[in-house]
Design a protein around this ligand. Structure first.
Ligand code: GLC
Ligand code: CA
Length: 549
């Protein structure tokens, strides 16, 4: 096993990271050009979201060929160069494997459509008449999860867009093909994988209507998912080769994540779960706005920290990715307390037990896009829901408010490198608009600004490597009932860490128990403070005390 506990992983959405050839689309060479910057952050792995051949209906999560690079992003030579240059800087490349489904343009699906039974069995086709799909399951991007094919008088299953057909993991030939895909990339020197929605791969034996929900309870953490993962990792030799692996686990449970990430089970290194990012959904529904339920957030973070403990499982820690709005706009204050709240949120996550992820731009406090018109949106989910919500009779202005908070495009605007036109992302108009605040919020400014958010992230990455208590310590929640502070202790041998975060833009008081002698303040987002028991915290104040005896 590689040591992923003390390391920080950086996520790149290549389309929006850096464009090297001026076509307005980020590319692999663009990433290579920015490796020095990434090295200066101290990160040791780069997870790059899919850049394989794809019609780009879901920005690459609709893969048409797992072994080739989409010309939008460059060539295989560009990729090999990226792996090599990254290695020289102590950075391993992690690829994003979309194995729950393929694009309907994938050769396998095309052969299936042409009637080739061998490939038809690669997918999930079920009988049904036009207008009455096999089950009432709902696609995660809206509408039915089934698409009718008149030539067969059958439907195929797509849990996501109708151009993303679910693979039939029951079929051994499918599983064999996917093992070979992993081997292909491991041979190219890749150091890890992120597995897209991987807890949805095992479908139930019987396909039935869901009278309680949208169908997810039948296929989430499905009956054979653990067997499939064990087989995939064993057959590809992933675990022997010290690869880092992370599974994206949609609507999962603590018990399942313990199994997915327990080293004894030989499945994955760690799991992403999303429960803590649904605390501002109303009744689990993304498209209904609600303020963050802070006590629910605290409880979730605590439950997962306490659930995945020494010797059982391992968490992937994150606020942001290419599917989530920007955290400083979401749970912080991207205007009055931009810096303070961005830093507080960073501390809250980075000192937890698990491996932290930084999503491109998070380290400089990039904000939501604040688009005002549907024409500015590019994301298939946002565009689908714009239509769905309109059909439901919602007013346009209300829909825009929802999109401004919830659209995945909030995290997909171009990386803000400097204050030149298009933010130094490209020399020409980008595929998606740059966020309006790029002249203030950009890497160039952050590099010269004292106490920048960027600086703070660098410290977090460094501290994790310096202190075992951060990478390996156990987790103890404190101030559990406090209504605006998230606070915890970490302990490891003679090291103790106390992390205190005021989640709100108002002052609040905390009373710490125990003897504070011997502690020193190792990180804060205002002035450093003396470690005393009674503290009045400033808006969004974050303090970290360490005792190292
Ligand atoms: C995951 C990806 C998301 C994609 C979906 C379907 O949730 O992160 O971007 O749309 O899977 O592949
Ligand atoms: Ca380009």
């Amino acid at each position: 096993m590689s040591d992923f506990k003390a390391r920080t992983i950086y996520q790149i959405y290549p389309k929006s990271f850096h464009d090297s050839n001026g076509d307005g689309i980020g590319d692999l060479k663009g990433i290579t050009e920015k490796l020095d910057y990434l090295q200066s952050l101290g990160i040791e792995y780069l997870w790059i979201t899919p850049f394989f051949t794809s019609p780009q209906k879901d920005n690459g999560y609709d893969v048409a060929d797992y072994r080739n690079i989409d010309t939008l992003f460059g060539t295989m030579k560009d990729f090999e160069e990226l792996v090599e240059e990254a290695k020289l800087r102590g950075i391993g490349i992690m690829l994003d494997m979309v194995f729950n489904h393929t694009s309907t343009e994938h050769e396998w699906f095309q052969k299936a459509l042409a009637g080739d039974q061998y490939y038809k069995d690669f997918y999930i086709f079920k009988d049904g008449k036009p207008g009455t799909p096999p089950t009432n399951w709902v696609s995660k991007f809206g509408g039915s999860a089934w698409e009718y094919v008149s030539a067969f008088n059958q439907y195929y299953l797509h849990l996501f867009d109708k151009t993303q057909a679910d693979l039939n993991w029951e079929n051994k030939n499918v599983r064999k093909e996917l093992v070979n895909v992993l081997k292909f990339w491991m041979d190219k020197g890749v150091k890890g994988f992120r597995f897209d929605v991987v807890n949805l791969i095992s479908k139930p034996e019987k396909y039935a209507d869901d009278h309680e929900g949208d169908g997810r309870r039948f296929y989430t953490d499905g009956p054979k998912v653990h067997d499939y993962l064990k087989e995939l990792c064993h057959e590809s030799g992933l675990n022997d080769d010290g690869m880092v692996t992370v599974g994206e686990m949609s609507s999962t449970t603590i018990d399942n994540c313990i199994r997915y990430s327990n080293p004894k089970e030989k499945e994955l290194s760690m799991c992403f779960n999303f429960h803590h990012l649904k605390v501002d959904y109303k009744d689990q529904q993304k498209w209904i706005l609600r303020n963050c339920d802070f006590m629910a957030l605290k409880k979730l973070l605590n439950d997962w920290q306490l659930g995945l403990q020494e010797g059982n499982g391992w968490n992937a820690l994150f606020w942001c990715n290419h599917d989530q709005p920007r955290i400083v706009s979401r749970f912080g204050d991207d205007k009055q307390y931009h810096k303070e709240s961005a830093k507080m949120l960073a501390s809250m996550i980075h000192f937890l037990r698990g491996t932290p992820y930084i999503y491109q731009g998070e380290e400089i406090g990039m904000t939501n896009a604040y688009f005002e018109h549907i024409e500015q949106y590019r994301d298939v989910e946002s565009i689908n829901y714009f239509k769905i919500l309109k059909k439901e009779g919602k007013k346009e202005e209300d829909i825009y408010r929802i999109l401004q908070e919830r659209s995945r495009d909030n995290s997909r605007t171009p990386m803000q490198w400097d204050d030149s036109p298009y933010a130094g992302f490209s020399e020409n108009e980008p595929w998606i608009e740059v966020t309006g605040n790029y002249k203030e919020i950009n890497v160039k400014n952050s590099a010269v600004e004292p106490d920048s958010i960027l600086d703070y992230y660098k410290k977090l990455v460094r501290l994790r490597k310096e202190y075992k208590v951060i990478s390996d310590g156990s987790y103890i929640p404190i101030l559990l009932d406090h209504e605006s502070v998230f606070s915890y202790k970490r302990t490891y041998d003679s090291q103790t860490l106390i992390v205190i975060n005021n989640f709100y833009g108002t002052e609040t008081e905390v009373e710490l128990e125990g003897n504070m002698e011997g502690y020193q303040c190792i990180l804060s987002n205002y002035e450093s403070r003396d470690p005393i028991n009674r503290l009045i915290l400033k808006p969004y104040e974050s303090l970290t005390f360490l005792k190292n005896e």
